[in-house]
Ligand binder design. Structure first.
Ligand code: IPE
Ligand code: IPE
Ligand code: MG
Length: 247
């Protein structure tokens, strides 16, 4: 699929990488084999994003609810996260990618927290694609921590309740300095948000595919971008208004 000729590309793509477990089970493998295979798809999605000049790619790797999974799976996922962080940094640097992890990292082991900070620091000087990995992230957690900070400013007298507006709330959320996602992709066939970015996805275009995450290759990625470029984003206006703006 040719996307280079498309006029409108998303600036920010957010993906729920779902279906690893089912992909593995379908092949008679342990669920963990699916997570491992999924790392390859992370690599190809990053490469495609770099190739197309996308500004931000956000990948949902572990939700605040995923702790409810069997202990063994959680611990294998943490190990995989650790290994991937270690292994991928070189490649990210080569591709001029800046890595940042969003979510409540305080729940991770000391060692993993250190690895996260090191990987972020090592890529901090890069000015190409911003790769955000959402780990122990939840949309409700994000809004809750923002509200807590705003309430503290009100309680200390630094902020008047009248001054709380949408921009102020946005500025307390996890990626305040980046644009909201333009395109949301969920692999694995489910059509739900699963507590991903709730506030930031108010006007995001939604794309669902049955492909399991390990199957979501470069061509599938480009198909999602082609879907995006065929949408008319109206933000509450009429189609006619937008057409006359373009003329
Ligand atoms: C997504 O794949 C990865 C994580 C949530 C960590 P799943 O593990 O949810 O795979 P399915 O949905 O069970 O197939
Ligand atoms: C969403 O997938 C979270 C991630 C991909 C990290 P889940 O597999 O946890 O979502 P549900 O439970 O099916 O909604
Ligand atoms: Mg799942």
């Amino acid at each position: 699929m040719e996307v280079d000729g498309l006029t409108r590309l998303p600036r920010h793509i957010a993906i729920i990488m779902d279906g690893n477990g089912r992909w593995a089970q379908q092949r008679g493998l342990m669920r963990h084999a699916g997570h491992k295979a999924g790392v390859k798809t992370v690599r190809s999605s990053v490469e495609q994003s770099v190739k197309h000049g996308i500004d931000v790619l956000t990948l949902f790797a572990f939700s605040s609810e995923n702790w409810k999974r069997p202990k063994k799976e959680v611990s294998l996922l943490m190990d995989l996260f650790m290994v991937a962080l270690q292994r991928e940094v070189k490649r990210l640097k080569r591709n001029n990618v800046r890595l940042r992890i969003i979510g409540d990292r305080s729940a991770f082991s000391e060692k993993l927290q250190q690895r996260i900070s090191a990987a972020e620091a090592e890529t901090a000087g890069n000015d190409g694609l911003v790769l955000q990995i959402a780990a122990n992230y939840g949309g409700r957690w994000d809004i809750t921590q923002a509200v807590r900070r705003i309430a503290a400013s009100v309680a200390s007298g630094q902020l008047q309740p009248d001054h709380i507006d949408e921009d102020l709330i946005s500025s307390e959320l996890s990626f305040k300095d980046l644009p909201d996602p333009d395109l949301f992709i969920r692999t694995g066939g489910e059509q739900r948000i699963s507590n991903f970015m709730l506030w930031q996805s108010a006007y995001t275009e939604l794309y669902f595919t049955d492909a399991y995450w390990p199957e979501f290759d470069a061509e599938a990625f480009d198909q999602a971008i082609a879907f995006y470029s065929s949408r008319q984003r109206r933000f509450g206006m009429t189609g006619e208004q937008l057409q006359s703006d373009e003329e």
